[in-house]
Design a protein around this ligand. Structure first.
Ligand code: FDA
Length: 314
């Protein structure tokens, strides 16, 4: 079963992710019980559940970033609602005294509606975040948004916000230039391989190429970035990072590792035990379906786990 599932292309999951029937079914069963399948990757639908998950993670000596799931909103009303939800999340995090770090997507704040609305919404969040000394990470979406995302980051940076960073994807062929551009400014970068299906004109298609680019970018960021985050579950990438840092005498506290909630908890605990700062990305909220499908696309063997849970649900 797992061999068959592993052969499913990432593309199949992109198609399934747009199915409204599947979304309806998943939304009905995915979070219903504490052992429902989506809970493996998503902390819950409410901020209270995310805070509870964050507390458990922090008890183990790890840090968190909370992501209120949502993307691709199509009206300024929806974008305003998402912004208000983020402001409420910031207030809840402050009240709960957990780590002050959030992640968000610009299409959630109206990037598809118009750029000015998106910048205004982001500034409202950054203002609230600055007062509470939060760090705000702007996730990177698919390649039509790369330039727009970097331009929005540069806009808020030029206004004077410093509590904001973004993400660079090693599968994009342009990323070495973008790393140089951001490092030149001092913007904090999270390095990832990239989660979307991209055309070969803009992105490497083979894992060895994506991995080689990841290692090159990691080295540049460790040498000249501003407290980079190396975000991967791949033991080979982790090993390349720790080896490079040791060889170059780069102190452990000048960068951090990050992984997603529910993935490779063994490796999370090991790295943190070895003294590397470690942050877990904790996604929550009702709009979890696209995020969930991307995780399945990365490791189709997880589908077997979902199917088994569905049978338990009945
Ligand atoms: P890769 O996919 O090559 O997997 C290596 C190994 O990791 C696998 O063999 C398996 O053992 C394990 N693994 C990976 N994914 C798994 C899964 N879903 N379930 C179980 N095991 C799994 N992307 C993006 O485009 N924009 C963004 O803003 C972000 N943000 C982000 C934040 C953080 C904290 C992380 C860790 C990742 C992201 N990503 C992202 C996702 C990223 O681009 C990438 O899709 C995933 O991290 C999977 O790639 P890996 O580096 O883990 O390697």
């Amino acid at each position: 079963m797992s061999i068959v599932l592993d052969a499913l292309p990432k593309a199949a999951f992109s198609v399934l992710a747009s199915s409204t029937t599947l979304k309806r079914l998943a939304s009905r069963y995915g979070m219903r019980r504490p052992d429902s399948f989506a809970r493996r990757f998503i902390a819950g639908e409410s901020v209270a559940e995310a805070i509870e998950a964050a507390r458990q993670i922090e008890c183990q000596g790890l840090m968190v970033t909370l992501d209120l799931l949502g993307e691709s909103v199509t009206s300024s009303d929806e974008a305003a609602r998402a912004t208000r939800s983020y402001l409420e999340t910031i207030a809840e995090i402050e009240r709960a005294h957990i780590g002050r770090n959030i992640s968000l997507k610009l299409t959630q704040l109206g990037l598809d509606v118009d750029r000015a609305t998106c910048v205004d919404n982001l500034r409202r969040i950054l203002d609230a975040a600055s007062t509470g000394e939060f760090f705000v990470r702007v996730d990177m979406e698919n390649s039509p948004y790369t330039d727009l995302t970097l331009e929005v980051i540069e806009t808020v940076w030029s206004i004077g916000y410093r509590n904001v960073g973004t993400v660079i994807q090693s599968y994009l062929k342009r990323s070495d230039r973008d790393v140089a551009r951001l490092s030149g400014l001092g913007v904090r970068v999270r390095l990832v391989k990239g989660a979307y299906r991209e055309p070969r004109e803009v992105a490497f298609q083979q894992k060895p190429e994506v991995d080689a680019a990841f290692v090159d970018l990691m080295r540049v960021l460790l040498r000249s970035g501003n407290y980079p985050a190396i975000a991967t579950h791949d033991p080979a990438m982790v090993e390349a990072t720790t080896t490079f840092a040791t060889q170059q005498g780069i102190p452990k506290d000048t960068f951090e590792f990050q992984m997603l909630y529910g993935i490779r908890r063994d490796l999370q605990a090991k790295l943190s035990g070895e003294g590397y700062p470690f942050r877990v990305y904790v996604p929550f909220g009702k709009e979890w379906f696209p995020y969930f499908m991307r995780r399945l696309g990365e490791r189709p063997a997880n589908v077997g786990f979902v199917v088994r849970s569905l049978f338990r649900e009945k």
